[in-house]
Design a protein around this ligand. Sequence first.
Ligand code: SF4
Length: 363
Amino acid sequence: MYKFSSKQKSFFRTQLLNWSEAFPRALPWVGEKDPYLIWLSEIILQQTRVQQGKPYFEKFKRKYPTVKDLANTPEDDLMKSWEGLGYYSRARNLHFSAKLIANERNGVFPTRYEDIRALKGVGDYTAAAIASFAFDLPYAVVDGNVYRVLSRFFGITDPIDVNEHKKQFASLAQDLLADAPPAKYNQAIMDFGAVQCTPKSPSCAACPLQKNCQALQKNMVQDLPIKSKKIVKKTRYFNYLVLNIGADVLISKREQRDIWRDLYEFTLLETDSMKTQGELISLASWKALFASTSPEINRVSKPFKQQLTHQTIIAQFWEISLDESSFSKIIGYIRINRENLSNFAFPKLFDWYLQDNSLYLDL
Ligand code: SF4
């Protein structure tokens, strides 16, 4: 357990609450008391920037004003509403938990921390946020913002991605909450990390904590917080075959445990590098798909790159026209009219391709 003087902790708490009173954030979920809407906002904001999440929160609030509305929506509709936000497991977990609350709790959101924490997709941070914002229960939030603010102000150099230290940070955060009003205190520290003590350019010159900030005094602001591990990112190459049969195209649903589960896509051949046309048609997976026929590739898009947290996806779209007899040999796909593509949820880079399909490379 980290030991800091009560004077230092009290200074931190008081200055933080004063700062929050002086600079309230005007966001649609700030001050919200409905646990369902708080839950919705917190799940949307996991791994998502506020400005990106805001229109989604407003859309979800409008389309699914109660947990029962969310529970009753078909999964494909929900995925379509979530389209573009990424990390689709969040939408699946929301749906699962909404159905549980609607069916087993008659639509009444749990009021105890333990029951909130037990919902699928809700971790310690989200449970503390919902419990404190909706019910003023004394559970301190600990997320990336909180790690950063605490490690800088108190000058903690322990890596924040080591379990033992995570526990110490959580216990310090809980200690700091003390007898402060939970909702206000949690909102204050989250906002302070998001607005004042930001990762790259914290406003130290105008910071009410600067007098006692250890990182500032030791010239370590840019070094804290410390992480022990570097995330290894891998690059994947997706060759999407846009198989056209007249006005129709073939799509399928991604059902494997991988990125973009439950979203739709064109016919995918994943490779270990970018492929030329000659290399593509020599692939065993190409031959397995088309058997003895070898359809002509009409055109290929420029490569589209989508950066995910742990992966970089580079996708090229190969447009191919099939006749009915070649099509009949391809199984496991859904045939739809191209005009209906917008009814299905696709990964974000499909939008880029569909909106930018004037850009083609020479074959
Ligand atoms: S002085 Fe700078 S580093 Fe310290 S808490 Fe304030 S903004 Fe963060």
